[in-house]
Design a protein around this ligand. Structure first.
Ligand code: PMP
Ligand code: GLU
Length: 395
């Protein structure tokens, strides 16, 4: 707390994923042999055809400020992608390209929320939803789930969480951190509740869309009765391994897209020109071109689940998408390991960092105090070594 700073930032938490990644990096630089499984960041390089488009853009002298909401031809590629992959029809005026999906989400919170508006967050939820909402005046309202319901929210729980102040709901499917994927029937059941509350805007974060091991991805906005009040968020960070290129985008109601454009125009302007040109190549091509990464993640998922099942006290569900496992570690709460008191998931994650040299993230940051998140966007060798170290540290 620094009184010279605003209440806004003083009341904000630091991103737990980025904080743990920074800590792991620091320890590594100090010579510790840390295996980082804290960050949701693919370890692949950017696909060659995307790199070539970026190189070409540099050679073609792209250098100027870009249109605030994205290049027209990138918007066309996004429109094509939404139609091809999600059966969604958008016009250019409904699309806004941003500096990462994180900015897309921050724009949405800024333009939709007023002070005291409630934001429904089925928990576990991605770490930044809560602080992005709070900094825009919103009040996060968690809807708890647990491992026995595959971390999915039920229509009854959703209905019970709605109040006259509910303004927005944010969820991801495939979910970061649980990996859960809502089926069409499950999403429809949630939509059946939401249709009775037409003032609630739904933000459907589909950034892990392609990293799905069970089949069809379903977009909430593809239900005709949800289209007008759903914003679809996506980006190239995960599927194209372009985390540092910082391109995200939305498709949604025109009045919301216009508002995001206005907000972004005062805060950052248009996203990076070279990265936008590269994103056109990424999206215009078939997702078949990135299937090799999804296949690799699928193999790693199998491996990590096998290794976790061999560690006493860790209870994991089988994630259907993304690249995280979210084991319940509450078995260890109240115990002392190597003189280290484990009073919650935060202690547990720190214990793993100290005694196993493995960086994970506490589930508390995702709204679930019983779990930790382990990213398996890492080499098989690192996954094997990390799980062996964890097993030893807990034995
Ligand atoms: N949503 C989810 C669920 C995520 O895991 C991430 C990862 N950073 C983001 C949004 C933001 O992605 P980016 O800003 O890299 O596009
Ligand atoms: N989305 C990733 C994660 O959850 C990247 C880090 C971040 O932006 O929070 O680990």
């Amino acid at each position: 707390m620094n009184t010279k700073l605003s209440d806004r930032v003083n009341n904000m938490s630091t991103s737990a994923t980025l904080a743990m990644a920074a800590k792991a990096r620091e320890l590594k630089e100090a010579g510790r042999d840390i295996i980082g499984l804290s960050l949701g960041e693919p370890d692949f390089t950017v696909p060659e055809f995307v790199k070539e488009a970026a190189i070409q853009a540099v050679k073609d002298d792209y250098h100027s400020y870009t249109p605030v909401d994205g290049y027209g031809d990138l918007k066309q590629a996004i429109i094509l992608k939404f139609k091809r992959d999600n059966d969604l029809d958008y016009k250019p005026s409904q699309i806004v390209v941003s500096t990462g999906a994180k900015q897309s989400l921050a724009n949405l919170a800024q333009v939709i929320l007023n002070e005291g508006d409630e934001v429904l967050l089925p928990a576990p939820y991605w770490v930044s939803y809560s602080d992005i909402s709070k900094v825009s005046g919103g009040i996060p309202v968690e809807i708890p789930t647990n491992i026995d319901s595959d971390f999915k929210v039920t229509p009854e729980a959703l209905e019970a969480a709605i109040t006259p102040r509910t303004k927005m709901m944010i969820y991801s499917s495939p979910c970061n951190p649980s990996g859960s994927v809502y089926s069409k029937e499950e999403l429809r059941a949630l939509a059946d509740v939401l249709v009775n509350y037409p003032d609630i805007i739904v933000v459907s974060d589909e950034i892990y869309e392609h990293i799905n091991y069970v089949g069809d991805h379903v977009s909430m906005a593809a239900f005709p009765d949800m289209y007008d009040r759903t914003v679809t968020v996506n980006g190239v960070s995960k599927a194209y391994s372009m985390t540092g290129w910082r391109i995200g985008y939305i498709g949604g109601p025109e009045y919301i897209a216009r508002a995001c454009n206005k907000m972004q125009g005062q805060v950052t302007s248009g996203a990076n020109c070279i990265a936008q040109r590269a994103t056109i190549a990424a999206l215009e091509n078939s997702p078949d071109k990135i299937q090799y990464m999804v296949d690799a993640f699928k193999g790693r998922r199998k491996l990590i689940l096998e290794l976790i099942s061999d560690i006493p006290g860790l209870k994991a569900n089988e994630p259907d998408g993304a690249f995280y496992v979210f084991p319940d570690v509450s078995f260890y709460f109240g115990k002392t390991l190597n003189g280290y008191d484990i009073n919650g998931a935060g202690d547990f994650a720190l214990y793993l960092l100290e005694h196993a040299n493995v960086a994970t993230v506490t589930g508390e940051a995702f709204g679930d105090p019983n779990c930790i998140r382990i990213s398996y966007a890492a080499s098989e060798e690192d996954i094997r070594e990390a799980m062996q170290r964890i097993k030893k540290a807990l034995s």
